[in-house]
Ligand binder design. Structure first.
Ligand code: CO
Length: 465
């Protein structure tokens, strides 16, 4: 019978969602050998925002962290989250950078690369897919789940078929905002199962309070793998709790085969750190409850808090309702993109400006321009022609793959970091985050020349040289 598999997220998405990706490697290392004995399908432990956060805030080499995982996880597959042509950064990078990043991720220990694009523009996934296959990794393609007129079951089914044809080894329904409803999940999984033969993994967040119900209906409809987090870092804006899901499926045809008592030991390990995070304010109770606004407005929790903040900065909190009504109109003008980073910020900021200025698109930030120009890729639906004209004026939209306009860049970067280079991977760190990487390289150099690490102030991001 169909056994359900578990991907544990406590080392990546769970702390990214709840404590701004601030879990340092010292908090992880002591439990990794025990986690390796659990029998998870995979541990999601790298990629996403962890790379940036490790460098920027924790002054850790993310590659070292990956090698630490590999050392301890001898039986468990390591999974990372990869933003397609954006790799782990926020811009489009050249193909040579994407290919080399994939190569180094796999040679340092990654088994499964989960790749996605914020616009579900599959051209932005192709280089990552091909590189992963070349390096012998498992390529899981995730689509960014969203709601809207364009997003019918037929749309998702044909997208899944295309992804299968592109070489996906498995598919992931990636619901960053917690929009999946239980019975919609059931319908979606059934539909995908009809259109592809690929294993399906469910990834959602508990933001709207639906997650474990959606998982259950998805599992009944045939989903093979679910993403869960050890309970101290589960629920709220994170994933459902691993122990709970495993227990709920026990002695059924979906039994995961995992030992709940062993999982509770893992959970107990993380409890004191959770308490510490609550005490320091790093873990706010605000992210732990149900966000009813996600249910009501169908916008991600993070986007909503951004809207509120932008309005309160302008002293116009009273305009929230108007902004929330403007959001779907702007989204429609922009071709109904999924509301995930960065499109959620772009649509949100534009909606705020449209309302504040009293005239739509009177003020257009650079990011809106880039989205409309096609710099991120193509939208699912055509954009509003009048708005495109108003924003681009005489400039034409780009219709080919954005990375086709980026020349190979690694050679240039190798030259720029000559004086800092200690390992091959440094060039990739630098390619993604030039400023943060340089700061980190300088810090690393200072450490090596014997400056006491305690003098380094993590909060102030300053160091004594
Ligand atoms: Co997530």
């Amino acid at each position: 019978m169909a056994k359900v598999k578990i991907t544990e997220t406590v080392l990546r998405d769970a702390h990214q969602s709840l404590i701004a990706t601030r879990m340092p490697r010292e908090e992880m290392e002591p439990i990794l050998d025990d986690m390796d004995k659990i029998g998870y399908h995979a541990v999601e432990c790298w990629g996403g925002a962890t790379f940036d956060a490790a460098l920027r805030f924790l002054k850790e080499d993310p590659w070292d962290r990956l090698r630490m995982f590999k050392k301890h996880f001898k039986n468990t597959k390591l999974q990372m989250l990869f933003r397609g042509q954006n790799i782990l950064g926020y811009n489009h990078y050249a193909d040579d950078t994407v290919e080399y990043f994939v190569k180094k991720s796999i040679s340092n220990g990654i088994d499964i690369i989960r790749v996605f694009d914020c616009l579900n523009d599959i051209r932005n996934l192709k280089t990552t897919i091909d590189a992963t296959k070349k390096e012998g990794g498992h390529i899981q393609i995730a689509f960014s789940y969203t709601l809207g007129e364009a997003y019918t079951l037929e749309y998702w089914a044909s997208l899944a078929k295309e992804l299968e044809n592109m070489g996906a080894d498995s598919l992931c329904i990636k619901d960053m905002a917690g929009l999946l409803l239980p019975y919609e999940t059931e319908k979606l999984v059934k539909k995908l199962k009809e259109s592809t033969k690929l294993p399906i993994e469910l990834h959602t967040h508990y933001t709207s309070g639906m997650a474990s119900m959606s998982y259950l209906k998805g599992i009944e409809a045939g989903a093979e793998i679910i993403d869960t987090a050890a309970s101290p870092f589960a629920l709220g804006t994170s994933q459902p709790a691993t122990e709970v899901m495993v227990k709920a499926l026990e002695k059924t045809e979906y039994d995961t085969g995992l030992n709940v008592d062993k999982l509770i030991e893992v959970a107990n390990y993380f409890l004191p750190y959770r308490e510490e995070c609550i005490k320091s304010g790093l873990l706010s109770t605000k992210v732990l409850g149900v966000n009813v606004n996600t249910l009501k407005y169908q916008v991600p929790g993070g986007m909503l808090s951004n809207l509120v903040k932008q309005l309160s900065d302008a002293g116009k909190e009273n305009l929230l309702q108007e902004v929330l009504e403007e959001v779907p109109r702007v989204r429609k003008d922009f071709g109904e993109p999924p509301l995930v980073t960065p499109s959620s910020q772009i649509v949100g900021t534009q909606a705020v400006l449209n309302v504040l200025m009293g005239e739509r698109y009177k003020m257009v930030p650079k990011e809106s321009y880039k989205l409309v120009h096609g710099d991120f890729g193509t939208s699912v639906k055509p954009m509003n022609k009048d708005i495109v004209k108003k924003i681009l004026k005489d400039e034409k939209q780009v219709t080919d793959r954005p990375a086709d306009h980026i020349a190979p860049e690694l050679k240039k970067y190798e030259k720029e970091i000559e004086n800092y280079k200690e390992q091959d991977e440094d060039v990739l760190t630098y390619a993604l985050f030039p400023k943060v990487a340089t700061e980190y390289f300088e810090y690393r150099k200072a450490q090596k020349s014997g400056i006491d690490s305690k003098e380094y102030n993590k909060e102030n991001k300053s160091y004594p040289i």
